[in-house]
Design a protein around this ligand. Structure first.
Ligand code: M6R
Length: 589
């Protein structure tokens, strides 16, 4: 996914576009580019890498303009594949994936058209450029091209001989906004938020035409439509890094507050409708991706242990094409930090269409997920900027565990209280400082295993995801008892193993796996509340975390694992905030 912006107004477009792109960089940072119109000509600057590489373009004269920050899907991250793409008299930026690009490109090439990038997006530029050349009607050209495209798109399109921007949306987010200083288009609110501006969220199939001081919205048949207007506030100043070198480290330090602020009091009247749904819940389905999927796995342990409600957790990208069985009495919970993950949105919509009630657990109010859900249970982790999710995971667990406890209450089962978790999270954070000294064992590692059983296995999966995403070390989270069934063959002296053992009933079993890997030369690192285990001769180093209900323990045990990933990434010279190939919000399939 990518971020797109457009601006037509009183100011020079270039600085407005660059400021907007910086706010959208969480969507991708493989390349960036802008195009402004000046004297009936396009001026295009495109660079590989981050938006800051475009600093030289800030001085460009001209208005209107469009801009793009890219997360590569088709074609390598390079200047050649950077947007905007120009063809004929039009210039275009695109977020999404044109699924029939290969076929359309072949048709264009058969007409003698020459492509200058490897992207799917350039096909749209060719179609729109050709149609515009025939009739000089930009809205008509974009609409005609849209009829030929399969896949997802948010476009902003300029013509060099017109003072207008035309936008289109299909399954990729797009808003337009209007204020005294001009009209704007963007993938997300932060790029345009300013008091005095009014925004409109385009729906799938919509088009928008932006001219001086005016926004017109059209449906798929180009009939004028009215969409709900939202008054924008000044964007809250982006949180800084404070005393920390990186956002990720700062966000880990905010875990205890995220847990405290997110724990809902489900006995409050505002949750009475949710509680009614819980009373009727026979099955729980959870759909999510990445870290949020791991939250779902943790929830399964709690819900099944305390409420005895059968719970299935689905990777959203699989669920959406799996023809899922959704029996009556199913409650689906879609978990997403951003609330914009395309796979999670599609899975949530599918669950609803099959008769399930849908609860959204998300960190972003007014995100797309909140619009499809029957109920929203927000996490209050505060804005998370580092690409690797940390505090949002713990916040999701706070909400999900509260739901599990409430489910148990409605089923007249017992469940332990959650109120102590924020304090325990603070103690865990303090106890975890020592993981920084583990890094030498990981710097020369060939691969890393994270082991655990039961809920500890879920924490191991999340610890492993954190490590691989920001340090690029091959790593696996594994059920401790399963290792001996083949995977143990991979373990040697260059395979550090991190074991999580927080459940007294399972800890000795997990330690069996520790003995097995130690015997094969692995250095073992342990996260546990049990000091006797930490003293075992097989354990190279450990973090002693506070004891809590085992089903809830991932909310604590993940903290040293998040810190470990951070320190290993630093030791390997990687940028923990912006790992290669990734983006914070994944709005494409
Ligand atoms: O915004 P979401 O929670 O829906 O995002 C889901 C995943 O893309 C996300 O958790 C991803 O795995 C993170 N980079 C993990 O740190």
């Amino acid at each position: 996914m990518c971020g797109i912006v457009g601006y037509l107004g009183e100011e020079r477009a270039a600085p407005v576009l660059l400021d907007g792109l910086e706010k959208l960089e969480y969507r991708g940072y493989d390349s960036a580019g802008i195009c402004v119109v000046n004297g009936g000509k396009f001026f295009v600057v495109r660079k590989k890498g981050r938006v800051k590489e475009l600093a030289g373009a800030r001085a460009l004269e001209g208005n209107p303009g469009i801009g793009h920050t890219r997360w590569a899907t088709h074609g390598a991250p390079s200047e050649r594949n950077a947007h905007p793409h120009v063809f004929g008299k039009i210039s275009l930026v695109h977020n999404g994936i044109i699924e029939n690009a290969a076929c359309l490109r072949a048709q264009c090439e058969a007409r003698g058209e020459v492509f200058s990038s490897d992207t799917d997006s350039e096909v749209a530029a060719h179609l729109i450029g050709r149609f515009y050349g025939e009739k000089g009607d930009l809205l008509g050209a974009v609409s005609a091209a849209a009829e030929l495209l399969a896949g997802s798109y948010a476009f902003a399109v300029l013509a060099e001989d017109k003072e207008e921007i035309v936008c289109a949306r299909m399954r990729s987010p797009l808003i337009v906004a209007c204020g005294p200083d001009g009209v704007f288009a963007a993938s997300d609110v932060p790029a345009v938020a300013k008091a005095g501006r009014v925004a409109y969220v385009l729906e799938d199939g919509d088009f928008a035409r932006l001219t001086r001081g005016k926004i017109e919205l059209f449906d798929g048949a180009l009939r004028p439509v009215v969409r709900e207007a939202v008054a924008l506030e000044e964007e809250e100043v982006s949180p800084g890094k404070g005393e920390f070198r990186h956002f990720m480290r700062k966000e880990i330090s905010e875990v205890p507050a995220a847990v405290l602020n997110s724990l809902p009091d489900l006995s409050k009247p505002e949750f009475s409708e949710v509680c009614k749904v819980l009373c009727q819940t026979k099955y729980l389905h959870i759909v999510a991706c990445g870290t949020a999927y791991h939250s779902g796995l943790c929830m399964k342990h709690a819900a099944e242990k305390f409420a005895r409600v059968p719970t299935e957790v689905f990777v959203a990208s699989e669920y959406r094409y799996a023809d899922p069985i959704v029996p009556p009495g199913t409650l689906t919970i879609a978990v997403s930090q951003s609330g914009e993950t395309a796979d999670t949105l599609a899975a949530a919509a599918l669950a609803k269409s099959r008769g399930s009630v849908l609860i959204a657990v998300t960190n972003v109010a007014h995100s797309s997920l909140t619009r499809v859900a029957d109920f929203v249970l927000p996490t209050h982790a505060g804005r998370e900027i580092a690409v690797a999710a940390t505090k949002s995971f713990n916040a999701q667990l706070a909400v999900l565990y509260a739901l599990a406890v409430q489910l148990a209450k409605t089923a007249k089962c017992c469940a332990p209280p959650l109120a102590g978790l924020p304090v325990l999270a603070r103690e865990t954070l303090a106890a975890s400082a020592g993981v920084a000294s583990w890094t030498p064992y990981f710097q020369g590692a060939r691969s890393v295993f994270f082991l655990g059983r039961g809920a500890d296995h879920c924490a191991a999966l999340e610890g492993s995801l954190k490590l691989k995403e920001i340090s690029y070390l091959p790593s696996e989270g594994y059920a401790a008892g399963e290792l001996k069934h083949g995977t143990l063959a991979l373990v040697d002296g260059r395979t550090p193993v991190v074991a999580v053992a927080c459940d007294e009933a399972l800890a000795d079993k997990t330690m069996n796996a520790v003995h097995e890997v130690y015997a094969r030369g692995a250095a073992v690192f342990l996260v546990t509340p049990f000091s006797a285990l930490a003293q075992a001769k097989e354990v190279t180093a450990s973090v002693l975390i506070p004891r809590c209900e085992p089903a809830f323990s991932p909310i604590l045990s993940v903290i040293p694992l998040q810190l470990l990933a951070y320190h290993v990434a630093l030791a390997l010279g990687k940028d923990p905030d912006k790992p290669r190939n990734l983006a914070k919000s994944v709005t494409v399939e």
